[in-house]
Write a protein that binds this ligand. Structure first.
Ligand SMILES: *Cc1c(COP(=O)(O)O)cnc(C)c1O
Length: 371
């Protein structure tokens, strides 16, 4: 792509984070690459996590699983979310494991003759999203699927307060343990930890952990993970405006003084949402405030001192951390990165080299002479 608004993904840093956390938990790693690996590019991130020793990839849907298959991944893959029972044969044929999460789903799948389909029973221990809440129906589901020829490969649950409450997490775990032991089956995969639980919660039942956001350096318990993702654009124009002039749609911003304004080609269609008005980006040593409404494709920011056209702009990265941006937007880092749209070029670093096409090389060149 040609527009100079891009996201950098350092795959070496992702691999380092996975190795580090794997060392801490000592269990098998299921890398959660749903939503195109949280917007980072599932096939690229897959390469890094597999090199770092992840043994299974989890996604949210059959479409995401097939995307990875089409990209050439032929290893273990698990769908965590809803699937259509009519696709049971397709999943079995592709060797894709899937969550069994409700009695309706189980009965419908059983009537599809799902010979060889690998399932992971989902136990709802309090999240109240999907899964079996009572042990009776869990046992019934187990028997129906087993009799229908499914491979009972795994059982799992999901913690809803791993970032904040040990007490609630322990309560959930106790229910999970009760559910698992009630089945008296030797599941190859037993998993309950998300990123945060993987680091702080130790148990003697599970044998794998599901890592998502911590691979990208976000953790409530570790503050020394690497930060693999950052986002940049550049200045396309600067101008001097007079006190009293307004900026952008709706004249939302009025200049108090004579001011220097820079225009940057990033907007809400890139996932830089309108709530960013009033926040700062980082330009050549200055924090520059977004003035006026964020447009679809562009923003205007106020500079203390003028800079040349072409000067790079950090949206988030070493000077403005993703967590800080999330806090300022009253959201979580997941939402910010998942919203970065498809038109933003992803640039990957792998084995300390940039994976660059000719156009991408031009994008990240910081010389001012690209025009
Ligand atoms: C998204 C998700 C994860 C990963 O969560 P993180 O907080 O990103 O580590 C794990 N398990 C399930 C079921 C999920 O939906």
């Amino acid at each position: 792509m040609y527009r100079r608004t891009w996201m950098e993904v350092n795959l070496d840093a992702i691999a380092d984070n996975v190795r580090r956390i794997r060392g801490i938990c000592g269990k098998r790693i299921i890398a959660v690459l749903k939503a195109d690996a949280y917007g980072c590019g599932d096939n690229h991130v897959a390469k890094a996590v597999l090199e770092a020793g992840a043994e299974m990839i989890a996604v949210s849907s059959l479409d995401e699983a097939l995307m990875l298959r089409n990209e050439g991944y032929d290893g273990e893959i698990l769908i965590l979310g809803a699937t259509d029972p009519v696709d049971a044969a397709k999943m079995a044929e592709e060797g894709i494991s899937t969550a069994a999460y409700s009695m309706e789903w189980v009965k419908a799948v059983a009537s599809e003759k799902p010979e060889g389909l690998k399932v992971h029973l989902k136990v709802d221990t309090g999240m109240n999203r999907i899964g079996f809440k009572d042990i009776g129906s869990l046992q019934e589901a187990f028997n129906i699927l087993k009799d229908a020829g499914c491979r009972m490969e795994g059982i799992f649950t999901h913690f809803y307060c791993a970032d904040t409450s040990r007490e609630l997490t322990e309560k959930q775990f106790a229910r999970f343990k009760e559910a698992v032991t009630s089945l008296d089956h030797d599941f190859p995969w037993i998993h309950c930890d998300n990123s945060d639980a993987t680091v702080f919660f130790k148990d003697d039942l599970s044998n794998a952990c599901r890592l998502g956001v911590s691979m990208y350096g976000i953790s409530s318990y570790l503050d020394d993970l690497r930060h693999p993702i950052s986002m940049y654009s550049h200045v396309i124009m600067t101008k001097q405006i007079k006190a009293g002039e307004t900026i952008g749609y709706g004249a939302r911003y009025t200049a108090e003084n004579d001011e220097i304004i820079a225009t940057i080609p990033i907007g809400y269609a890139d996932g830089f949402i309108r709530a960013n008005t009033g926040r700062c980006v980082w330009i050549d040593g200055q924090f520059a405030q977004v003035c006026g409404n964020v447009c679809m494709d562009q923003i205007m920011v106020r500079l203390e001192k003028d800079v040349p056209v072409g000067t790079p702009v950090e949206i988030f990265g070493p000077h403005i951390h993703l967590e800080q941006m999330a806090e300022e937007l009253h959201t979580i880092p997941y939402e910010i990165i998942c919203l970065i749209s498809g038109r933003v070029t992803r640039i990957y670093r792998w084995h300390n080299e940039e994976e660059l096409t000719e156009e991408n090389a031009r994008l990240i060149k910081s010389e001012v002479n690209f025009l």
